[in-house]
Design a protein around this ligand. Structure first.
Ligand code: UDX
Length: 454
């Protein structure tokens, strides 16, 4: 008890990046550290921020970001990161100065022991260093995608001009099993701007350690390569959502729980769950093909059509689609995804392969249909289909016949059963990773000791 009280005086400041796929893992990490006795401050932008009322144990500190609204589309993501890093640096410095002053003036005040920042909020490292505070990088995506990002400058220097060629099936030297078209450069706008961002996020500068939301059992080789690349400790801590077991926040829309009632009436492994995360967009033609593919598959489906999925215009379903599919389909704006994937009726997940969705699907033993759109999604899809053997690759151009075929392959055919067995085996390995003695469990203990020693 005394020890816990002593540790309670140690405060960790976490700096969040304002996107759904980044905020939840950061809050999971915050919950885990809080359960280990640290006080928690979440520093966040005013744009896209979590509701503090849902996290009464944490202190939330907003900082000015100079952003009133932003079109969060893939081609805008590099610009968003750059704007935030330029605009937030000074407000963060002021906010940290205030905290440090309070710390000096009030004896009872928690002592800030380190800054943990989302890897896209790299201004935090500069500020922490100037104020002589240790910092730790928090990387929300997988090791393989980071490795690929970090190798981009070298590939460019070696004269490869196909770094953004979405048709090249040629394997990338040194990045097996990735093809050039799988590199995390797709739809990311100007390559030079992306490379500038890469130069910063792949460089640890003065940070003392890296935390990565992944597992040894899934990414052993990529993690070893990353660790060789860096001289600081790399804490492999995942899947964080399973270690924290906290309720996720939703920036997009409210959970529609009626889909769980709908799932209750479906047979085990009979439903395909379809969701493209919080940023990916599709045009009307793609949505129409997707709809007829789902209809023609003759299998039950749960489909998330979130606001903004169709880009500027609201996506609409083809005429006659809902009459034809009736109660075989359930369409919602936003699903409680973790509960959906854990439901026995769900037999497959058609996904954009965002890293959170990938981890959530593997953790529940659900095989995937992979239709990636941008950044790490193409890397994740390649690993799902060609390294772990638990996903089916959907063609670049979505066509109703291929969609219906892929759904039947995963839900009805032997191939799907084989993938299900493989992903269930991975699910079991993940359970071991987070149990006492497992790699993520041990890594968490080491991280807690490391922070305490700073
Ligand atoms: C983004 C990038 O797209 C992704 O590639 C990167 O790895 C992280 O940042 P996002 O597109 O939102 O993330 O995808 P993903 O990482 O899969 O995160 C989506 C989150 O939203 C998941 O945690 C998922 O459970 C949740 N979600 C999604 C819901 O809770 N309900 C839904 O209906 C859809």
């Amino acid at each position: 008890m005394e020890k816990l009280q002593a540790e309670r005086c140690r405060r960790v400041v976490l700096v969040a990046y304002p996107l759904q796929g980044h905020l939840n893992p950061l809050l999971d990490l915050a919950n885990i550290l809080h359960s280990r006795g640290f006080s928690i401050t979440i520093v966040h932008t005013k744009f896209n921020f979590p509701d503090p009322a849902n996290h009464p144990d944490f202190q939330f500190v907003p900082i000015s970001d100079g952003i009133s609204s932003w079109d969060v589309s893939p081609s805008n993501l590099v610009r968003l990161a750059s704007a935030i890093n330029t605009n937030c640096r000074e407000p963060f410095r002021e906010c940290l100065s205030q905290m440090m002053q309070q710390q000096q003036e009030e004896k009872q005040h928690d002592q800030v022991v380190c800054i943990i920042y989302d890897f896209l909020m790299h201004f935090a490292e500069t500020v922490a260093n100037q104020m002589s505070l240790p910092s730790i990088i928090f990387r929300t995506s997988n090791a393989a995608a980071l490795l690929a990002l970090c190798k981009l400058p070298r590939l460019k220097a070696e004269g490869f001009n196909c770094l953004q060629d979405s048709t090249s099936n040629e394997l990338v030297p040194g990045l097996h099993p990735l093809r050039f078209k799988d590199l995390p450069t797709a739809s990311m706008g100007n390559l030079e701007n992306l490379l500038q961002l890469v130069a910063v996020v792949c460089n640890i500068r003065t940070s003392s350690a890296i935390i990565q939301n992944t597992m040894d059992c899934l990414e052993y080789s990529s993690l070893r390569q990353l660790q060789e690349h860096y001289s600081v400790p790399l804490f492999t801590l995942g899947p964080l959502h399973k270690m924290a077991l906290a309720k996720p926040i939703n920036l997009v829309s409210k959970d529609d729980n009626t889909c769980i009632e709908w799932l209750e009436k479906k047979a085990p492994n009979s439903v395909i769950y379809v969701s493209l995360g919080s940023i990916a967009r599709m045009d009307q033609n793609e949505l129409t093909e997707m709809a007829w593919g789902l209809a023609n598959s003759d299998q039950p489906f749960l489909w998330v059509i979130r606001p903004g999925l169709g880009g500027g215009s609201d996506a609409h379903l083809p005429e006659g689609f809902q009459e034809l599919t009736g109660n075989r389909g359930c369409i919602v704006k936003w699903a409680p995804q973790k509960d959906v994937l854990a439901h026995p009726a769900v037999g497959g997940f058609w996904s954009h392969c965002g890293w959170n969705s990938t981890l959530e699907s593997i953790s529940e033993g659900v095989p995937m249909i992979c239709k990636p759109y941008f950044v790490d999604q193409t890397v994740n899809a390649r690993y799902l289909t060609h390294e772990w053997g638990i996903g089916i690759e959907l063609d670049e151009v979505v066509q109703r016949t291929n969609v219906a075929k892929a759904i039947r392959r995963i839900l009805v055919e032997e191939e799907g059963s084989r993938m299900r067995q493989k992903v269930i085996a991975l699910k079991e390995q993940i359970k071991h990773c987070i149990k006492e003695g497992g790699s993520s469990y041990n890594s968490l203990n080491e991280l807690v000791q490391f922070i305490s020693s700073l």
